[in-house]
Ligand binder design. Structure first.
Ligand code: FES
Length: 157
């Protein structure tokens, strides 16, 4: 994760917006990631505006990583005033856009937020990408298991 993204996440979670259960919500969506064990719930309240049903406010709770908290905080702000259809058109990348592009291992965190939103709005869930681990350097055990590429001969004199 680059320093700029890390700083944006830290700034966002320092004062998360719309955190907590919403009483009298019109809709609620809950999703969990089997891969990382994180869970996120989103509450939504609608209002009528110019004859259209729009999202008045949204809130969230999560047992999630910092990225999920940051994206959920941003998402609850981004969807305010949108119709359910407009909100559903936003995928994880759109909901996390203020943070900038997420690294592959954090894309599922934004998809968790998207999933809770979709469930709250009654849309079919999309598959959530499994977290991608960062590539690891070969270990000593790996080198023991790798046959030598060339045959060496030792000559004793
Ligand atoms: Fe699973 Fe972020 S939601 S690591």
């Amino acid at each position: 994760m680059n320093d700029d993204l890390h700083q944006k996440i830290q700034d966002t979670i320092a004062q998360p917006k719309n955190l907590g259960e919403m009483e009298n919500a019109d809709a609620v969506g809950t999703v969990g990631s089997a891969d990382c064990g994180d869970m996120l719930r989103m509450w939504i309240k609608f209002r009528e505006e110019d004859g259209r049903k729009v999202i008045d406010k949204a809130s969230f709770q999560t047992f999630g990583c910092e990225t999920a908290i940051a994206v959920a905080s941003l998402a609850t702000q981004l969807i305010q005033g949108k119709t359910p259809e407009e909100a559903l058109a936003m995928d994880g990348a759109a909901l996390s856009a203020p943070l900038g592009p997420l690294p592959p291992m954090k894309i599922h965190c934004a998809q968790l937020v998207e999933g809770a939103l979709r469930q709250a709005l009654g849309a079919a869930p999309k598959p959530v990408a499994a977290p991608k681990a960062a590539p690891m350097a070969p270990t000593l055990m790996d080198s023991f298991g790798t046959p030598a590429a060339t045959k060496k001969t030792i000559i004793l004199k």
